[in-house]
Design a protein around this ligand. Structure first.
Ligand code: DGY
Length: 319
């Protein structure tokens, strides 16, 4: 079969693909346009997709030959799963291997914002390290505070574990369903969305993004949060209304925000959020460790190759 990859992946995954009995197609140049992407996909049996290309109904209509999709990501919001399922196209993703790395970034952002680290680093770089002032550069401590996890799956669990171990934080969470194992292990408490918003000192998003969640965190919700709230998002930028977030941060409605994901990506250099001292933005690097990316490469390649051998993908998000 023909497997199309829009970008090369780490060697461990390339080897699995190249050792299989398939034709592996990779564009010669690094970044291809949407038109070129579609042209390649039209000729492929399987695509191994790196990045957030929209694979929606129109895309599927244009690729009648397509039989399977292997995503190089755990998130699958870029794919119309219902449409893929209707067409009997399995969609694989890469769970587990990036949970620690992504939760590390959520934890890092939380600490960075609580102590205004990136703002202060910028001050040093700009030559603005002034004299000691007892009232300046004041952060807030995290010990014993309440972490609210929105979406307590694998990544949310890793974040909660770290916050409990490092700062003895209370853990509350809101999910589609309760997770009694996590409640037992971390003493976590299941709460309604309203309670999560109202009672968290840090609110960290770890849910899978769906269209209905667009702008879920908006002015109305920020207004209900504590003034010391640290908002962390390492999931998908679509969860936050960035204009509302800017106002909430500027007006002191909430304390700060740490974002590894923005809407859109990449974030424009002129985005007003970047002017604020209580914000730290990273360029979607949650899974960017050698270990996590090797793990993702292995799973994504294995998923693609298993399909070509008539086997079920190991990690498939649709039945
Ligand atoms: C994921 O795996 O979903 C990461 O966000 C990278 O896209």
């Amino acid at each position: 079969m023909k497997i199309f990859l829009n970008k090369a992946i780490p060697q461990v995954g390339m080897k699995i693909l190249n050792d299989s009995n398939n034709e592996i197609i990779i564009p010669a140049k690094e970044n291809i346009s949407d038109v070129e992407f579609l042209k390649y996909c039209k000729n492929a049996d399987v695509i191994l997709n790196v990045g957030g290309n929209k694979l929606d109904k129109e895309f599927f209509d244009n690729c009648p030959n397509l039989k399977a999709i292997s995503l190089f990501s755990v998130g699958y919001n870029s794919v119309d799963i219902a449409e893929a399922t209707k067409r009997k196209i399995p969609v694989g993703n890469t769970p587990d291997v990036l949970s620690r790395a992504t939760s590390d970034i959520a934890f890092l952002l939380m600490q960075s914002v609580s102590r205004l680290a990136s703002h202060n680093f910028q001050k040093v770089k700009d030559g603005n390290w002034g004299s000691f002032d007892p009232m300046e550069n004041l952060g807030q401590e995290l010990y014993g505070k309440t972490l609210g996890v929105f979406g307590l799956g694998r990544i949310g669990f890793e974040m909660a574990k770290k916050c409990k171990a490092a700062f003895d934080m209370e853990i509350i969470y809101h999910n589609r369903s309760r997770n009694e194992e996590v409640e037992k292990e971390l003493g976590a408490k299941y709460v309604s969305f309203e309670e999560l918003v109202k009672n968290s000192d840090v609110l960290s998003i770890h849910a899978n993004f769906e269209a209905k969640d667009s702008n879920l965190f908006n002015a109305e919700i920020f207004a209900k949060m504590k003034p010391n709230l640290i908002f962390i998002n390492t999931a998908r930028g679509g969860f936050q209304n960035e204009k509302d977030l800017y106002k909430a941060l500027k007006n002191g409605t909430i304390w700060g925000a740490g974002l590894d994901v923005t809407n859109p990506e990449p974030m424009e250099k002129s985005n007003s959020l970047l002017q604020l001292s209580n914000v730290c933005v990273l360029p979607h690097i949650g899974s960017a460790t050698i270990e996590a990316r090797n793990g993702m490469a292995k799973i994504a390649a294995e998923n693609a190759v298993s399909f070509t051998k008539g086997e079920k993908m190991k990690t498939c998000v649709n039945p």
